[in-house]
Design a protein around this ligand. Sequence first.
Ligand code: SF4
Ligand code: SF4
Length: 170
Amino acid sequence: MLTPKIVIRPKLCTGCRLCESTCALYNEKVNNPTRSRIQVMKQHSFGLFTPVMCYQCKEPPCVPPCPVDAIKRDPETGVTNIDYDLCIGCEQCAAACPFGAIITLPDKVVKCDLCKGDPQCVKYCETKAIEYKSPFQAYHENRAKRGEIAFSNLAADYGLPEDVPNLVRK
Ligand code: SF4
Ligand code: SF4
């Protein structure tokens, strides 16, 4: 079975940063977004917000540089976790992450662990810019949506009734 992940849709993100507050409150018990495992990046030139967090890579580049084997991917859940009993805070894992998804705090490094299978940020995102599902499922939903739009545009161009997309798919 494909492991669910957090799927991001930047076009739907309003930049409200409720996900950051929720994450910090749940994981760190403080309302301080700088301690959040999800960080919303703003691309000023496009007016676009992109939530960034660990993508739970199949071959996580943060794992090999760890000198004490403190960060490992769980093959059953697909989640990469930090063992704080072993971690010495050297930040090598953070330096190796190409997405900047491991956050270096003054007292420790942190990363998204999907809230042990119940990601809190997803619950509070009103626009569904972040969703917890299999990337395979997300791909097929997007594909179906794109198909519907294309058929609707075709129907409008040729003056056909609105329900043409459904008729065509049957
Ligand atoms: S809660 Fe949703 S809409 Fe708000 S910043 Fe986070 S991802 Fe974007
Ligand atoms: S900060 Fe901790 S988990 Fe990351 S590489 Fe160093 S020891 Fe390993």
